[in-house]
Design a protein around this ligand. Structure first.
Ligand SMILES: [Zn+2]
Length: 425
């Protein structure tokens, strides 16, 4: 019979994510290495590890391919080739300065909005094949949401890989005014991995997101919504808010009557004049995207709630939702002071430069700073981690996928460069 403690330990998982929990142990506990395909590994195989090119499946067998390698089931410490052990190409962000800006607290559980009358719907575990359709629904309704993205889960490939179509989906989230947060690289339980592995999970997702967007998020939702004091301390060290929720739609259960009742009972029984919600749903589920999202939008508006991002419902300016990939400061925040090289005033006919207060997260066009932030970050350092292979291309010059595919940014860069020049002469 299961003890009460073991039941309680699983409970938070059941509340948020449909993935089964997986125990990940310290590397020092590995008893044997280089087990060949077909051999036993992991907790089911006496803590033996597979050969370098193999994965250790959730069931404890060495092999290669989706069944064995898919995250989060693949056992990181015993399967060197697990999807979760791969490192995306791009500039390592682990050495980035991480000042703690804004008024939203770090190192604590953030589960409630501070601005009344708002519903912040958050979508975990994507993007995947349904996410573009979800964005269509949100756009049609002019509703904003927050996406806590996972870098490489469920065999979807890596989010920065253009062949998956996922980079364009993530850029679309940003362009259409939604907030993007991190949900880790491969959805491991942060309570069950080491501090080094947690860092690895954060940094790998950052590398991929910087490759796509040119900046990285400051909002994080821990996989399985599980954390302890050590996790909170690590998140604070890496400049992340730990974002929980107070309205569980339970959409992952697949019973959408339950999901509808969960949502409608919450928004109908509270006064929007004094209440707001952070709701959790999952864009990996077809029925969530095809029907349930529209239901949530309609219900929230019926009871006079506004659909916003998590940052907005916390009263946090959009610049604080992201960190610049070169300075580590808030993204699109105050520009560094320009050198005073002239006493001549700028001609009055010159239009103002883009305001530093333009929200990075709610622009309807790609922000100029996206291209600027694709400049090389401080020198690469290894992401380290006992289970991580060395960064594949840490010497690669980082380049935002968006910048790569949008030559118009270059023209805009020349334009603004010209304006800056005019202000100097
Ligand atoms: Zn999740």
């Amino acid at each position: 019979m299961r003890s009460l403690a073991s039941v309680l330990a699983v409970l938070p998982v059941a509340l948020s994510c449909s993935y089964p929990p997986q125990a990940v142990i310290e590397e020092r506990q590995i008893t044997k290495r280089d087990v060949r395909a077909g051999g036993k590994c992991g907790s089911q195989g006496g803590n033996a590890a597979c050969a370098a090119d193999l994965c250790c499946s959730e069931e404890g067998a060495c092999g290669i391919g989706g069944y064995f390698c898919v995250a989060p089931g693949c056992q990181l410490n015993f399967g060197p080739a697990c999807d979760g052990n791969k490192t995306p190409p791009g500039n390592d962000t682990s050495g980035l300065p991480r000042p703690l800006f804004g008024d939203v607290p770090y190192g604590v559980d953030v589960s409630r909005c501070t601005v009344p009358g708002k519903v912040a719907i958050t979508f975990d575990d994507g993007p995947n094949k349904f996410t573009n359709e979800l964005l269509d629904v949100l756009k049609k309704n002019d509703a904003k949401a927050t996406f806590f993205v996972v870098g490489a889960n469920s065999g979807k490939g890596q989010i920065e890989d253009p062949s998956t179509g996922l980079p364009a989906t993530i850029m679309r989230m940003h362009i259409e005014g939604h907030q993007i947060g991190s949900h880790s690289w491969s959805h491991q339980d942060f309570n069950l991995i080491s501090s080094q592995q947690r860092r690895d999970q954060l940094v790998k997702n950052e590398i991929a997101l910087v490759d796509i967007l040119g900046f990285l998020p400051t909002y994080f939702r821990p996989p399985f919504t599980k954390w302890n004091d050590d996790v909170l301390a690590d998140l604070k060290k890496f400049g992340y808010h730990n974002v929980n929720f107070d309205l569980d739609t339970q959409d992952w259960k697949g019973d959408y009557q339950v999901a509808r009742d969960s949502f409608s009972s919450a928004v109908s029984q509270k006064d929007p004049a004094s209440t707001s919600f952070i709701a959790v749903a999952h864009d990996i589920h077809e029925q969530t995207v095809r029907g349930y999202v529209q239901y949530m939008i309609d219900q929230a508006r019926k009871y006079k709630y506004e659909l916003v991002t998590v940052g907005e419902c916390l009263g946090d300016p959009p610049n604080n939702w992201y960190r610049d990939s070169t300075s580590g400061r808030e993204f699109g925040g105050p520009a560094p002071e320009k050198p005073k090289k002239t006493t001549i005033s700028a001609p009055s006919t010159i239009p103002p430069q883009p305001s530093s207060t333009v929200p990075a997260g709610i622009s309807t066009k790609p922000p100029q700073t996206v291209a600027a932030s694709a400049t090389p970050a401080p020198g690469p350092k290894s992401t380290g981690g006992s289970n991580s292979s060395p960064p594949a291309s840490t010497s690669k010059t980082p380049k935002s996928s968006f910048a790569r595919h949008n030559k118009s940014n270059s023209a805009l860069g020349v334009f603004f460069g010209f304006l800056i020049l005019l202000t100097w002469i």
